[in-house]
Design a protein around this ligand. Structure first.
Ligand code: ADQ
Length: 422
């Protein structure tokens, strides 16, 4: 069986890159999701896999290089002079170097959707230097936040001994520009959707169903970085300590299963189910339960309706590059002006921090207190906080993010081109 990865190319066209099953296993499940993903989120490697992973590291890294080379071959085949190439995420850190080998005049950008960790974390990676060298071959390197950009520059200076400047890193006689490009959402799409009849029907259903109770909401991929068990424990603590609220609040946790063939993720699913079962057993009644947990994705209209009826959104990621759920919630709250509880370890904390209640998701007492504060918050304060966040979400959109990155990439001057012109 072949596994198909779709490469978004030249705006609308998608061109498949076919990777065989073994490469997918070693590259995608192995190097990308078992090594880079947890490392970049400060989670280390899965304990019991650590030795096995160390042993198989070389073959996984070789598969990573091979897969990136396969992407480079396809890009190169379709490249036309004047195109700019934007590589996305930790799966494709090797791509800039492969592309520049084909054509040093090609304008290449690379953007990371996850955090880039402290250089002290990155330096533990056996292939730390190879990845940095490859990314530095790009002309423009982007991150969600200034902190991630700073960590990347520190890794280049400390691990590779290169010179960092306020604009990037001096690399092989040129400057590789490094900057923060915080992503946003298509806020108008969410705002407009709230007026659509199917969304309003969902809203009415939800309001009827949860009448007399405050609605709290979590929407996450079922991934360890999202801090779902920690969120549930905090909610349990809140219910333990606040008898008054027990039958007056409901937590709707929507968790999309992801990477379901990886044992760590299977364990996480069981753990979450067990905690939900325990809390519902402890605090539920014959007619109502405190947590509704769904292991699935929702369609866009249902998601917008849920955001719109929510009183308190809980985003408790242990680490998150940005976290778009927090943006989507804010976009749908013009009427209700609900409260966002947001992990200080999500990139979004840097943009929505002034309007949200920021928490350390590892501290369940702090999160339980934040739930109490959010549920009891006076409307004037809710309005003030919401206004701050809504203005930000409306004015920092996905469209603006993409246009800014591409325009800056277009504006970079490639040394090789300069030399040709002279
Ligand atoms: P993700 O880790 O996937 O993205 P996030 O930014 O929150 O995290 O985006 C998730 C998207 O999936 C949102 O648009 C949300 O609406 C949707 N979604 C989540 N659960 C859903 C459900 N149950 N049903 C329907 N839709 C659901 C990675 C990084 C983030 C970074 C983004 C963008 O991990 O930190 O913000 O890329 O760069």
């Amino acid at each position: 069986m072949n596994f198909v990865v779709l490469l978004l190319f030249k705006l609308q066209r998608c061109i498949p890159v076919f990777l065989d099953e073994e490469i997918v296993h070693q590259y995608y499940n192995g190097y990308c999701n078992n090594i880079l993903w947890p490392l970049f989120h400060y989670l280390g490697l899965p304990q019991e896999d650590r030795l096995a992973t160390t042993r198989s590291f070389q073959s996984q890294f070789a598969a990573y290089e091979k897969a990136n080379q396969m992407f480079a071959d396809v890009v190169n085949e379709h490249y036309e002079e004047g195109d700019v190439v934007w590589c996305h995420d930790y799966h494709l850190m090797f791509l800039p170097k492969c592309l520049k080998k084909y054509n040093s005049n090609m304008k290449v950008g690379w953007f990371l959707h996850t955090p880039f960790p402290s250089s002290e974390i990155h330096r533990t990676l056996p292939s730390r230097s190879e990845l940095l060298h490859s990314v530095l071959a790009a002309d423009l390197v982007g991150f969600h936040t200034y902190d991630y950009a700073r960590h990347f520059v520190s890794a280049c200076t400390r691990i590779l001994g290169l010179e960092g400047t306020p604009d990037g890193v001096e690399y092989q006689g040129k400057l590789t520009r490094v900057a923060a490009f915080p992503i946003g959402i298509d806020s108008e799409r969410f705002i407009r959707a709230l007026d659509l009849p199917p969304v309003q029907d969902h809203v009415k259903d939800l309001q009827e169903r949860f009448k007399g109770r405050k609605v709290m909401l979590g929407v996450d991929r079922l991934d360890m970085i999202k801090g779902i068990p920690q969120k549930l424990l905090a909610f349990e603590k809140f219910l333990e300590e606040n008898v008054y609220w027990r039958d007056k609040v409901v937590l709707l946790q929507i968790a999309v299963p992801t990477r379901t063939d990886v044992p760590e993720y299977q364990k996480l699913t069981s753990q979450v189910h067990e905690i939900v079962g325990r809390i519902n057993g402890r605090f539920g009644t014959l007619t109502a339960v405190p947590i509704h947990h769904l292991d699935r994705s929702l369609d866009f209209h249902a998601l917008c309706a849920l955001y719109a009826v929510t009183d308190v959104a809980l985003v408790t990621s242990l680490r998150d590059g940005m976290n778009l759920v927090s943006y989507e919630f804010v976009a749908c709250q013009e009427k209700k002006k609900g409260v966002l509880i947001l992990s200080e370890f999500a990139g979004a904390a840097q943009s929505l921090g002034a309007g949200a209640i920021l928490v350390n998701p590892w501290n369940i007492t702090e999160v339980a207190d934040a739930i109490g504060k959010a549920l009891n918050m006076p409307s004037a304060e809710r309005e003030k906080r919401h206004k701050h966040n809504f203005l930000h979400v409306k004015s920092h959109t996905a469209q603006e993010w993409a246009a800014t990155f591409v325009s800056e990439l277009n504006d970079t001057v490639i040394e090789a081109q300069l030399r040709t012109r002279q």
